[in-house]
Design a protein around this ligand. Structure first.
Ligand code: AMP
Length: 110
């Protein structure tokens, strides 16, 4: 079971802010912005690069969930990030989208 499956199963505590049948979103334990929420499909796809055409619907739902969480958090400007692979900073191998907001976000990221 991945860490995020354990959060979904309530085996590990988390501050859950949004949940549907196939998506869960909770606050990052080590926030990098005043709002830092992780939006995950409950389906444990390890990385974005593992996704295929059969995942189009859940990937679309993830993006819409990010936008909904951002609305609920009162964010207008925000960043959505996916780290794909260890070399890109991925540490939990269960696909998740980072929603970051509430501070100025520079571009390009460091
Ligand atoms: P990534 O490095 O893109 O794989 O992102 C994984 C994120 O999960 C990091 O930002 C961590 O701070 C976060 N994280 C790790 N463990 C937990 C946890 N138990 N609850 C909430 N967020 C977590």
């Amino acid at each position: 079971m991945t860490l995020f499956e354990k959060i979904t199963a309530r085996q590990i505590p988390a501050k859950i802010v949004y949940e549907t049948d196939d998506i869960i979103a909770f606050r990052d334990i080590n926030p990098q912005a005043p709002t830092h929420v992780l939006v995950c499909p409950k389906l444990p796809l390890p990385k974005l690069s593992d996704a295929g055409a059969e995942h189009a619907e859940i990937l679309g739902k993830c993006l819409l969930a990010v936008a909904e969480v951002a609305r609920r958090e009162g964010l207008v400007d925000y960043r959505v990030a996916i780290n794909n692979g260890a070399g890109a900073g991925q540490s939990v191998f269960h696909l998740h989208l980072h929603l970051l907001g509430g501070r100025s976000l520079g571009w390009p990221p460091g």
